[in-house]
Design a protein around this ligand. Structure first.
Ligand code: SAM
Length: 314
């Protein structure tokens, strides 16, 4: 159950940010390929946007793409270190500003002033109280035709990791004498797609799109949702899908990056980030940190296999 305080402690103090967050793009072959092959295919209907808000940008992995795509950009993050890093990194972008938030509110933004709110690979680590709070804020901050694109946890809608996987993890931890983040990847345990749609409705927003996706394995522990103002041009009955091929796409993206990524911008190539994904720095090593999900899902299919007749992940 990651709390706001636990998030502040982890990202603001314990985590080392070795590659400014790019280390998490390794399964996609780098930040740029992840953006173009995984995020943009979902986000493109909403870009370019005039006024962008990013919730929890960290050290600016996605801000680097959002800032050039808008006229004004605001980033809010819980961690002071992250805000400082972004201010430094994007010092030349005079239309961008970064602020420390309390982890729940969006006071720095005027009401009705946001055309696109975005958050990716951050709110997966928060619980329903935080999601509910941000959705309440967004109902006021979004412009009449504004939209929010939010990546959050779907853990509450998933069965627990299979017994063999849990045993293997425990064994690996014992052998290596290390703590790992485990098969749940520190996801919010109280959130899933249905809860998100309900919270959006409670906040007076229309949930218009939800894609439940697998993350570093076969379980659909994440969800990417979009919400809009009711009656806006985006408003429609919610479209919900379960996509178990998300990490297989990452495996493909990684091949793309090896050949084409290096040509994308010869003046500033992506740092090579091969091998294991190290998620939580000092206490993060181990089995669950290996990027086995992508190829195991694409090559072997969902693993561990479930007995026939058992409920599939939502
Ligand atoms: C895993 S990092 C991801 C950062 C960035 N989105 C990326 O993908 O590189 C998580 C970030 O979310 C921020 N965060 C966590 N909970 C938050 C909350 N309730 N409000 C704002 N920021 C939060 C952390 O401070 C951290 O910078």
């Amino acid at each position: 159950m990651p709390s706001v305080e636990a998030n502040r402690q982890l990202w603001g103090a314990a985590y080392g940010w070795p590659e400014e967050g790019d280390e998490w793009s390794a399964p996609w072959g780098g930040r740029r390929t992840q953006w173009y092959t995984s995020i943009l295919p979902r986000l493109h209907p909403f870009l370019p946007a005039r006024r962008v808000l990013e919730i929890a940008p960290g050290f600016g992995r996605w801000s680097s793409f959002l800032i050039p795509a808008c006229e004004s950009y605001v980033g809010v993050d819980l961690a002071e270190t992250a805000v400082e890093a972004c201010r430094k990194r994007f010092a030349d972008a005079t239309h961008a500003s970064f602020h420390v938030t309390d982890g729940r509110s969006l006071d720095v933004v005027d009401d009705g002033a946001i055309d696109l709110a975005f958050s990716y690979d951050s709110l997966v680590h928060v619980e329903e109280d935080v999601i509910g709070s941000y959705l309440g804020e967004l109902s006021r901050k979004l412009a009449p035709e504004g939209v929010a694109f939010l990546h959050h946890s779907n853990l509450a809608g998933c069965p627990p990791a299979g017994r063999p996987a849990r045993l293997a993890l425990r064994l690996g931890n014992a052998v290596r004498r290390q703590r790992t983040v485990g098969w749940d990847w520190w996801r919010g345990a109280t959130m899933d797609a249905a809860r998100f749609a309900q919270l959006a409705d409670d906040a007076g927003l229309a949930c218009i799109a939800q894609e439940r996706v697998n993350w570093m394995g076969s379980r659909l522990i994440d969800c990417i949702s979009a919400v809009a103002q009711p009656g806006s041009r985006w408003d429609r009955p919610n479209a919900v899908v379960s996509n178990p091929h998300f990490m297989a796409d990452a495996a493909s993206a990684r091949c793309v990056a090896r050949v084409w990524g290096t040509l994308a911008d010869v003046s500033s190539p992506e740092p090579a980030s091969e091998g294991a994904v190290r998620r939580f720095g000092p206490f993060s090593l181990g089995l669950a940190e290996r990027s086995i999900g992508a190829w195991s899902v694409s090559v072997l299919g969902p693993w561990p296999r479930r007995k026939r007749g058992r409920r599939a992940p939502q």
